[in-house]
Design a protein. Sequence first.
Length: 55
Amino acid sequence: MAGGQPPKRRRSKRKIGLHRSHLVLKLARMVNAKSPIKVRTTKRETGKRLAGAVK
């Protein structure tokens, strides 16, 4: 292969979901830290509880 680029579409649809979910979670936590409107992050973790912990 010329150029040394890997073949496209290495990840499955399921892996893309996992890959994106941790980025979305990080963003949601950042929003919860600053915004008065809280976002649900995970099943066990809500915005209000997290905002109290992370200041």
